[in-house]
Each structure stands twice: as structure tokens, then as C-alpha cells.
Write a protein that binds this ligand. Structure first.
Ligand code: C5P
Length: 240
């Protein structure tokens, strides 16, 4: 099924979010709220975005003892968001408790829960030398994705380049949500491994998350439409 492009609202305040969303007129979007914005504006901002009819990915990457994550997820579930996440490094029990908290707090449908495996800023040298984890980042990503599936999560956040290997290890309906998307002409900023929307689809991504390519564009709405068009046309070509 073709999923909407998720826009990362990486802004420091509600005012900047409103100015940005003004250019989208009445379009219903799928937006991502991360730590930068949530720690400033809190649940009120989520309520505002929901009232405006947007779907929400609350990207807070929870990682704590299982009981704390369970209780935090009960509260986040009550906000009625659509998608939340945890760090798979918190372990299988923590991830299971996250899903339980979401189920118990849900007013209607349980928000989907996905896991961050290894952050896209992580390297093999870092995990070997700093964290004493043996093997490569790819091996660690595979194991963490398997753990997330075993814990009952709905999918993972990962680089589009990691999707094919995750598909080999997890069920086909296991969601892959992928940031690191750029048009060929765009600045890659701090992302290490980027792909275009079309390439992300060919690699098997279910959802793409796009931040600066849209938020820093001179015409964000037009850029969003172009990215959506590339995403949709690749989908239509490959599903025929
Ligand atoms: O601006 P850009 O398109 O690079 O934004 C990507 C978004 O996805 C940011 O909000 C970033 O925090 C998030 N993200 C990421 N890599 C991950 C997990 C989340 O870039 N592994």
C-alpha cells in the first residue's frame, strides 16, 4: 500500500511550525515530531496537530528500564498519535513492555511502535571500540531488527540501504520507516548515506521521512508535491 511521505517538523517552536504549515493550506499531512519540538511544546502541540487532521509520528526514541518505558507509553498512547518509537538497544523485555503500555493507554487504536536499530550516525568502529560490541553495524542492525520483531513491534527505523537485509530476516509486513532522503541536487547535510525517494522505494521502504529537503526549501509545498510525485510514480511503476 502506498504510504504518505512523512515530513519531519524539526523546528524549535509552535510558531515556526504554524508558519511552515500555513503554506500547505488544508492539506492533511503525516508529520514527525521529534525531541527538539516536543521538549519545548509538549502534548499541546500534538493536540493542535491532531485537531488540524494530521497523522503523527512521535519520534522520542524511548530507552529506559522496562517499567518506565511501559508507563511512558501508556501516557503517549492517550495522545492518540499514530506511530512512536523506542531504541532496540533497550532489549526485548523493554520493547514488549512498550507495546503493552501502548495497548493499555490507547483510546481507539494502539499506535504502531517501531524500533531504532543502530542510529545512522553510528559506525562499526564506534560500536567495536567505544561500546565493545563485536561485528559490523550491519550485523548489529539485523540482530536488533530480529529482536524488535520478536518483541511484537511493528517495524524499524533504518537507512533505506539497510531495508533489503532487514527484509531477509523479518516478515514481509514488518514496516521499514526510512530517513536519509534527498533529491540528487540536494545538500546531504549531516546524513552519511542518502537515497532519492524513488531509490528508497526500489529498496523496499514502506515510509520515507523527509526533513530539511522540504523544511529548508524556498517553496516547501511544491517540494513536498515533487517528492510525493516521485514516491508515487515509482510505486505505481513497480506495483503493475
Ligand atoms: O533533514 P533530514 O531529512 O535529514 O531529517 C531526517 C529526520 O529523521 C530527522 O528528524 C532525524 O532526527 C530523523 N532520523 C534520522 N536517522 C535516524 C532516525 C531518525 O535522520 N536513524
Amino acid at each position: 500500500m502506498l504510504q504518505p511521505v512523512i515530513i519531519a517538523l524539526d523546528f524549535p517552536s509552535k510558531e515556526e511550525v504554524n508558519t511552515f504549515l500555513d503554506s500547505f493550506r488544508d492539506e492533511r499531512l503525516f508529520v514527525k515530531v521529534g525531541m527538539e519540538l516536543f521538549y519545548q511544546e509538549g502534548p499541546d502541540l500534538i493536540r493542535m496537530l491532531k485537531e488540524e487532521g494530521h497523522a503523527i509520528f512521535l519520534d522520542l526514541k524511548l530507552h529506559d528500564i522496562p517499567t518506565t518505558v511501559y508507563k511512558a507509553m501508556q501516557g503517549l498512547s492517550k495522545l492518540g498519535v499514530d506511530l512512536v518509537n523506542v531504541h532496540a538497544m533497550g532489549g526485548i523485555d523493554m520493547m514488549r513492555r512498550a507495546v503493552e503500555g501502548l495497548e493499555e493507554g490507547a483510546i481507539h487504536q494502539r499506535p504502531k511502535c517501531i524500533a531504532v536499530t543502530q542510529l545512522t550516525s553510528t559506525t562499526s568502529v564506534m560500536i567495536n571500540d567505544e561500546l565493545s560490541i563485536h561485528g559490523s553495524v550491519e550485523e548489529s542492525v539485523n540482530q536488533l531488527a530480529i529482536n524488535a520483531e520478536r518483541a511484537g513491534l511493528d517495524g524499524v527505523v533504518c537507512s533505506p540501504l539497510e531495508v533489503p537485509q532487514i527484509r531477509k530476516h523479518c516478515r514481509s509486513s514488518f514496516l521499514t520507516v526510512t530517513p536519509g532522503i534527498r533529491f540528487v541536487k540536494d545538500d546531504v547535510n549531516d546524513q552519511k548515506r542518502v537515497t532519492t525517494p524513488g531509490e528508497a522505494h526500489r529498496l523496499g521502504s514502506d515510509f520515507i521521512v523527509v526533513g530539511r529537503s522540504i523544511t529548508h526549501a524556498s517553496d516547501p509545498f511544491k517540494t513536498y508535491q515533487s517528492i510525493t510525485e516521485e514516491w508515487r510514480s515509482t510505486y505505481e511503476r513497480t506495483s503493475r
